[in-house]
Write a protein that binds this ligand. Structure first.
Ligand SMILES: [Zn+2]
Length: 345
């Protein structure tokens, strides 16, 4: 499944509640299913070619933004390349600037060049379809709809650093652990994207863990999805009226991954609330900037310990091990306590 920022189950619940047209929701759901095979193929290819990375040329740090001109053909028409100044179209600049921030964060803070670790071009497409209320990573690039004003404010998706960093992090996950987008491994994939979405926003704003809002997509929701954000890492389940993320394993939502969009690939956008809360607890316990020790621990676990089928318990053990190796027993203890508090350990 393509990693949409707005889960399809929320779309369907909105349709059932009469807030949006069911036919539109169904069309969007089908569009996502169609790209499933493609993404899986890209991931498999990347992993089979992993050993070739050293033969690649040095990192180029290139970002490109294309315009789908309200159609569905990707990437579309090139609007801004790596050496171009700002474009007249705000959406183009928003996607470019947020990709740039995310690239710089991965390079400067984590020592990683682009999604593949080898300077792969960051390709974004804006103006995907007409009034399209979503953004996604489709296996090779980011794609942003304009938003209709109903679910997302017009122009808000590419302009939100947490949304853009979330989508690009799906690319990083694909090239590292390759977490399978289903049930617990899929919820970990979603959670790591949320963690770096929030951390990169905090880095951009210069906030400490205590100052941060811990929201993904703060203030971008439209009139028919009442709420303050798409997700809350601090208080999962409270971001908007249709948010049913748990914050503890006692409330884990055990859904089948049976292709029914209502079931969200086995709850990948739902149960991600549990590991999200664990990271929030670690960051606030450690104190200071979340992009220092906490993000380095989470990144080390992703890049060196997690695997395609890792479960929540594996993620807990991986982050404890990374904390111990990088910083020692005190930090490992903080990480272990956080996973205990959310019921995983
Ligand atoms: Zn996602």
């Amino acid at each position: 499944m393509v990693c949409f920022i707005l889960p399809t189950h929320v779309l369907l619940e909105l349709a059932e509640a009469g807030e949006i047209d069911l036919r539109e929701a169904a069309k969007a759901a089908v569009a996502s299913a169609g790209m499933h095979a493609r993404r899986a193929a890209v991931t498999a290819l990347v992993q089979s070619l992993g050993v070739e990375a050293e033969l690649m040329p040095p990192p180029q740090e290139r970002k490109f933004v294309f315009d789908a001109q309200h159609g569905v053909d990707l990437p579309g028409v090139l609007r801004r390349g790596p050496n171009d100044g700002p474009h007249a179209d705000k959406a183009v600049n928003d996607a470019f600037d947020n990709a740039d921030r995310t690239y710089d964060f991965y390079r400067d803070v984590l020592g990683r060049h682009s999604v593949d670790g080898n300077g792969a071009d960051l390709i974004s497409t804006v103006h995907y379809r007409r009034n399209f209320d979503n953004a996604f990573w489709e296996g090779t690039q980011m794609v942003y709809g304009d938003g209709s004003g109903k679910i997302f404010k017009v122009g808000s998706l590419a302009a939100d650093t947490s949304v853009v960093a979330h989508e690009i992090t799906h690319g990083v996950v694909q090239f590292t652990a390759g977490l399978v987008y289903s049930k617990q491994s899929g919820a970990l994939n979603e959670s790591w994207a949320d963690v770096f979405g929030s951390v990169i926003k905090q880095h951009t704003l210069g906030q400490t863990a205590d100052q941060a809002d811990w929201l993904l997509g703060e203030g971008i929701l439209g009139t028919q999805l009442p709420g303050r954000a798409l997700r809350s890492m601090k208080e999962p389940g409270t971001a908007h009226d249709f948010d049913r993320q748990p914050a503890h394993m006692d409330d884990y939502v055990d859904l089948p991954d049976n292709g029914d969009p209502r079931n969200d690939n086995g709850g990948v956008h739902i149960n991600s609330g549990i590991p999200n809360k664990a990271f929030y607890l670690v960051a606030t316990s450690v104190g200071g900037h979340s992009w220092e020790k906490p993000a380095l621990i989470w990144y080390d676990a992703l890049a060196t310990r997690l695997q395609r089928n890792s479960q929540f318990k594996d993620a807990a053990e991986a982050t404890v091990a990374s904390a111990k190796e990088l910083y020692g027993d005190d930090e490992a203890g903080i990480v272990r306590s956080a996973w205990r508090e959310v019921g995983v350990l």
